[in-house]
Write a protein that binds this ligand. Sequence first.
Ligand code: G1P
Length: 292
Amino acid sequence: MRSRPLTKAVVPAAGLGTRFLPATKASPKEMLPVVDKPAIQYVVEEAVRAGLTDLLFITGRGKRTLEDHFDRMWELESALEAKGDDKRLAMVRESADLADVHYIRQGEPLGLGHAVLCAAAHVGDQPFAVLLGDDLIDERDPLLTPMIEAQAEHGGSVVALMEVPPEQVSLYGCAAVDGTGDVVRVTGLVEKPEPDEAPSNLAVIGRYVLSPSVFEELRHTKPGRGGEIQLTDALQGLIATEPMHGVVFRGRRYDTGDRSDYLKAVVQLAVERPDIGPEFLTWLTTFVGSRT
Ligand code: G1P
């Protein structure tokens, strides 16, 4: 077992969000609302539930509203206080009190691997988690906690894997694995392979618990797919020297990475909400009925 608990998480958030233009021209894609919360807040809440209380966002130009969101907002708080609106006041304060949040800017968008490398000085020599903002994991289906446990047991690094239809593997990092069950040994990783070159239909989804050795590996990782420094390539490099495992996730995951998936995520999460869900579902059922 590790001596110190794992508390640090890195959240890359420097992407330009081009798939959501023009909405993301002047505001970050991480702040797009999923029902009534910015997408990124779901990710932060997931990290905090798993005991990760030190969060480092890797940001870039145009991400100020993200920083504001996880900070106090005195004017709004005073106005809500004066009105006696305790419910909304608690809501506004909640996002500022969730975790100990830090920021570093990536400068140039050189890829996910490069974004993670920007965290080296902050993370130091302990294992740490990486959470990608496009993937939302249902809070009823734990993923990070079993990953942290697997890392404590086996050492090295742990990636989150999910079975996807073979035609979708080219959208993800893809793993070659040994074994079956919930925790498997990863023997190879390839970034966005063509379906006929994919080693399996196990895709890497956006959760990682990484050994700090990944930083040294990233320093030597050449640009790969798309000319970017890929985290997947660095992890493939680590397999030769350190254990690498995959936790196979079979729970509910909502992708907010493109417009259609984002809309599906909003609808699914809205239906689940106790406050607006029942009324929304009634409307949705009638709406769908009228279209078929
Ligand atoms: C990134 C990673 C990829 C991973 C995916 C998960 O790709 O490079 O290996 O499978 O996240 O969402 P992106 O979606 O940023 O293109």
